[in-house]
Design a protein around this ligand. Structure first.
Ligand code: FAD
Length: 295
């Protein structure tokens, strides 16, 4: 099923993001985590790809996406990036994804990385046009940034780039993680006024460990509202306390987004099935029935 179709069937489409393991030996554990996540019945599961292309190191995005589709019977959204990739390498990845029966791609530029070889395309919208032209059956999603992309001169310029993604064939957007819903509401309002009409999945990452504070919060450019910094200050040295507080913060954020009319919510669960379970438990009562007229 195309992801865009899901948005006409449900008031809020609920998804989870995972990343492929770096080592083959971690694959069995990853499959087990995915089985547990599948039991939560998310509408789709997205699978990231490493900078420089899927399959460069570790288990490929395509393998995980195929497992989600064939073994779990869920819809995967496979990420694909063009930074440092030539047309031939991109065609090889697209051929593999097509042969695996993958229908939905999140087409990205990818982050810049040291010594990147020349890229066939400068922007995600160029990659989308390339996929449209040669592989028209894929449904395309794109990334968006409630606080603006770090390289953008302004939020307005970034929203203009989103219009280009829409014109290039994207039919759905997923946001970067954010901790303050005000940025999401402000972004959505401005994007809609600028003519971006695509359904948007709002991305939320529960911060449940001190390692995540170091790795994600400090490196991310997301604004930290007082309630979030208070939560971190209060619990950062108490492992179990931080886990509970992090789940509670994410659940509160998600409940507000769903009640605020978000088209979809996207959980950055960092491959942690227990985190996904706890969060889904906290929002299950809001995910509700299909839209009227849809069986
Ligand atoms: P673009 O849309 O190309 O935007 C990059 C910059 O260029 C922005 O500042 C934009 O405003 C500007 N721009 C875009 N189009 C134009 C244009 N036509 N003219 C002028 N300026 C333009 N990275 C990975 O490596 N692997 C992943 O799996 C991955 N998954 C992600 C999932 C989500 C939901 C998100 C939000 C990000 C993800 N990323 C991933 C990170 C992403 O690759 C980076 O944020 C990257 O820096 C930008 O990618 P993009 O597709 O948004 O690029």
């Amino acid at each position: 099923m195309y992801i865009r179709q899901m948005f006409s069937q449900k008031p809020c489409v609920c998804s989870i993001e995972v990343f492929p393991p770096k080592k083959e030996s971690s694959l069995a554990g990853m499959h087990e985590a995915l089985r547990r996540m599948a039991g939560l019945r998310p509408d789709f599961i997205s699978v990231t790809c490493s900078a420089g292309g899927s399959g460069q190191a570790g288990v490929s995005t395509c393998r995980i996406a195929r497992f989600i589709k064939n073994e779990l019977g869920l819809e995967p959204l496979a990420h694909i990036t063009c930074m440092g990739a030539g047309e031939q390498a991109l065609r090889a990845q697209l051929d593999e994804l097509f042969a695996a029966g993958i229908q939905n791609l999140l087409a990205l530029r990818g982050d810049r990385f040291a010594d990147a070889p020349p890229s066939a395309f400068a922007h995600a919208s160029d990659l989308m046009r390339f996929i449209r032209a040669g592989y028209g059956s894929f449904g395309l999603s794109g990334a968006c940034y409630p606080e603006g992309h770090v390289e953008s001169a302004s939020l307005a310029a970034d929203i203009d780039a989103l219009r280009q993604k829409q014109e290039a064939g994207a039919s759905h957007l997923v946001t970067q993680l954010f901790f303050d819903n005000l940025y999401y509401y402000r972004f959505l309002n401005r994007a809609r006024k600028a003519g971006v009409s695509l359904p948007v999945s709002a991305g939320v990452m529960p911060i449940v460990s001190a390692r995540q504070i170091e790795r994600t919060v400090k490196l991310s450019s997301a604004s930290l509202p007082p309630a979030f910094t208070k939560m971190v200050s209060r619990w950062q040295d108490d492992e179990q306390g931080l886990f509970e507080a992090g789940i509670e913060y994410a659940v509160r954020q998600l409940r507000d987004l769903i009640e605020g009319g978000a088209d979809g919510v996207h959980l950055y669960a960092m491959n942690n099935a227990e985190v996904a379970r706890r969060v889904f438990e906290g929002i299950a009562d809001l995910l509700g029935a299909p839209k009227e007229g849809v069986s």
